[in-house]
Write a new protein. Structure first.
Length: 223
């Protein structure tokens, strides 16, 4: 059986039946809002699974840790400042924010706050790694779902889509390259890198791309 890796060549967010005509709008379609919310909840759940696995934080948290070493800031404030810098980078990349940009921050934080205590944790390394992999896949699925809604990406996802448009490279490779770069910078600044960090960096881009590819094959106009 031939392995289908066509999803690795996906170069843009598809427009499907739940996509909003505009990212920045006062009256978004209800179906777009619905899929946006579902996607963001799943995104947050995936990140909660990665945290519960306990084998390494996400690449951007590694960067935040590194920043705290040279500034003395808290992890939360370092993460906030990083998000602001990323949003500034949107301007030359011509990214458009929307309600999804705001809800990305709020919903994911709420999911982590209220669901994380109920996420199971394991003792064996194998189980921990499996939980981390599942977390990456769930995060990627939620990311693809909410990005297709076209109501504005979160700061980091907007950086990904902006760099993809600028370079013309596949989303999977743009995201993986971005995450690996963030790991290296965070590690050089003193952040801690674990196995889960590497799993997330290498898996989140392909996971998002695979989700978009699958949805386009099922719901797209060409199939």
């Amino acid at each position: 059986m031939k392995l289908n890796l066509h999803f690795l060549s996906v170069k843009g967010v598809p427009t499907l039946f739940w996509s909003s005509p505009k990212a920045l709008t006062r009256s978004p379609p209800l179906i777009s809002v619905f899929f946006l919310l579902i996607g963001l909840v799943l995104f947050g759940l995936g990140e909660a699974l990665l945290i519960a696995a306990g084998v390494g934080v996400s690449p951007w948290t590694v960067l935040a840790q590194g920043i705290t070493h040279i500034t003395g800031w808290s992890i939360g404030f370092a993460t906030f400042m990083t998000s602001l810098v990323v949003l500034v980078c949107w301007f030359p990349l011509k990214q458009i924010p929307g309600i999804g940009t705001i809800l990305n921050v709020l919903i994911i934080a709420l999911v982590l706050e209220f669901l994380l205590p109920y996420i199971p944790t394991f003792e064996s390394l194998f189980s921990k790694v499996v939980e981390a992999i599942v977390g990456v896949l769930v995060t990627g699925f939620g990311g693809g779902l909410y990005l297709i809604a076209n109501l504005g990406p979160g700061p980091r996802d907007g950086l990904m889509t902006g760099l993809q448009k600028l370079t013309g490279s596949p989303i999977a490779w743009v995201r993986s390259g971005l995450e690996v770069t963030i790991i290296l910078v965070g590690w050089l600044l003193g952040g801690s890198v674990g196995l889960g960090t590497v799993v997330f960096a290498m898996g989140i881009g392909p996971s998002i791309a695979a989700t978009m590819y699958g949805f386009e094959r099922i719901f797209g106009p060409h199939y």
